[in-house]
Design a protein around this ligand. Structure first.
Ligand code: SF4
Ligand code: SF4
Length: 80
């Protein structure tokens, strides 16, 4: 399988994310960062800004208490 430049291995549901920032700290690859979301409770929301660094480890999926993150691809898909 070839990774498309526009493909994002994770999806963050902006309607569920409360901007706690936990996923930014637990992702060891620096994939996720917080961006401003005016009008939300925290004023922030998580965004997968560097998807090319994602190792599909699923740590962020398991670490998000809101279950706002979905993994779109699994390591098996790479033939690993
Ligand atoms: S851990 Fe979940 S709720 Fe918190 S910022 Fe990340 S995606 Fe949003
Ligand atoms: S799956 Fe792993 S590498 Fe990818 S964003 Fe989540 S914690 Fe980071």
């Amino acid at each position: 399988m070839t990774m498309n430049d526009n493909f994002n291995p994770i999806t963050i549901d902006e309607k569920i994310c409360n901007g706690c920032g936990n996923c930014v700290f637990i992702c060891g690859m620096g994939v996720i960062e917080m961006k401003d979301k005016p009008g939300s409770v925290s004023g922030k929301i998580a965004s997968a800004s560097k998807p090319e660094y994602c190792m599909t480890c699923e740590t962020c999926v398991k670490g998000c208490k809101r279950k706002a993150i979905t993994l779109n691809i699994y390591p098996d898909s790479f033939g690993i």
